[in-house]
Design a protein around this ligand. Structure first.
Ligand code: TXA
Ligand code: MG
Length: 364
């Protein structure tokens, strides 16, 4: 245990330093410690309102390379650049459509990422070789304070090993990245729980590439017509040859356990899940069930976890990644998940569950 002068907030796991920071009033001294690491080209995991990010100086190619290495992320998967002031969009992007200002006005700081044509300021390592850049202004106070103190935009993907569920607590980050990065800022659980919505503003109408914390319904109110990329609703894995969002090609959000998603009318789903669970058990597998409060008492498996009420999908979004990781800690072989209603945040939750299942989807 080491300790910063005057702070009992410092610990270390496998050489990665961990500091506890107040989520609402981030301690200036502690933020400065983290910012100095970013300035020197190091890597810092920090909370945003969506999930924890793994940050480095977005304008320093060597620093950004460290993110790819730590996560084992394929080098063609671009990284979101985080800013603390809306004006920075004009340095990082070019030909910025007026509608981006309307989005920024309405949703920033917050869980929305816009894809724009990239200026020469942004290294191509950060954009995964693309000539576009994804930009977002997060609203978590720790994230904003860190970007501000670092005096550079911060490139940050979710702070998990590539392919694993995104981290919503510092413990999740430690699990995946301790020993691989310089520092973790622990400021408790994140609020939204699923990542930001990614919208491609170089297209007309704009195309949602990833559903997330800002819902499509909210986006339509500002933009009028938008398109959802077909992969968002796809029930089968799409062969993506020319992915507009390279992240789409890769396996995602997968816990160690196998995930099977059962979708359909709520009462038919219960029956189907029970049958599917029995089948796995006959094959000698231990089964966990991911359901909603409304159906929780219907299942007699040992491990049953709830995403909250079907009528409050905010809770489902907040819990989904964390529960997937919990099943792994419980040691189940198979997770059978109930489909969520695809309204509001439910679209993002279902998108994550479909991907976590590797598109093993049973229709009830
Ligand atoms: O909420 C979030 O967005 C979190 C927090 C840390 O801000 N970050 C996050 O980053 O989820 P990541 O790297 O896990 O996901 C970013 C997604 C990927 O699917 C990536 O392919 C896509 O955004 N993306 C990034 N830059 C892009 C670009 N220029 N064009 C199209 N898609 C892009
Ligand atoms: Mg990610």
């Amino acid at each position: 245990m080491t300790s910063l002068k005057g702070f009992q907030t410092d610990s270390e796991v496998k050489g990665t330093r961990i500091i506890k920071v107040d989520p609402l009033r981030p301690e200036v001294k502690l933020i400065r410690v983290a910012a100095n690491i970013v300035k020197k080209g190091g890597t810092v995991a920090f909370p945003t309102e969506t999930v924890y990010g793994l940050g480095a100086d977005a304008l320093n190619p060597q620093a950004v390379m460290k993110i790819f290495d730590a996560k084992e992320r394929p080098p063609d998967n671009p990284i979101i650049v985080h800013i603390s002031r809306k004006e920075e969009v004009t340095h990082l992007g070019i030909d910025v459509p007026e509608r981006v200002n309307q989005l920024a006005e309405k949703f920033w700081p917050g869980p929305l990422t816009v894809v724009l044509k990239a200026s020469n300021t942004v290294p191509r390592v950060t954009t995964g070789g693309l000539d576009t850049v994804a930009i977002r202004m997060p609203r978590h106070r720790v994230a904003l304070a860190l970007i501000e103190a670092s005096e550079v935009p911060i490139a940050a993907p979710s702070a998990n090993l590539a392919g694993k569920p995104s981290p919503t607590t510092a413990e999740h980050v430690i699990e995946d990245l301790a020993g691989r990065i310089d520092l973790i800022i622990d400021a408790g659980s994140t609020d939204v729980g699923v990542e930001s919505t990614v919208i491609d503003m170089t297209r007309n109408p704009p195309v949602v590439l990833r559903p997330g914390g800002v819902t499509s319904e909210e986006l339509r109110k500002v933009l009028g017509r938008i398109r959802l990329h077909p992969s968002i609703l796809a029930r089968k894995e799409m062969r993506i040859t020319h992915a507009p969002s390279p992240g789409m090609k890769y396996r995602h959000y997968a816990p160690k356990a196998e995930v099977v998603l059962v979708d359909g009318k709520p009462d038919a789903v219960v029956k189907k899940i029970q049958e599917t669970a029995d089948e796995f058990k006959r094959g000698g597998k231990s089964v966990g069930i991911l359901t909603f409060d409304e159906n929780k008492s219907e299942y007699n498996q040992a491990v049953v976890k709830s995403l909250g009420s079907r009528s409050d999908l905010k809770v489902a979004a907040r819990r989904v990644f964390s529960l997937l990781r919990e099943f792994d800690r419980d040691g189940v072989d198979v997770i059978i998940a109930e489909g969520a209603p695809e309204k509001g945040l439910g679209l993002a939750v279902m998108n994550r569950l479909r991907k976590a299942s590797g598109y093993r989807i049973v229709e009830a």
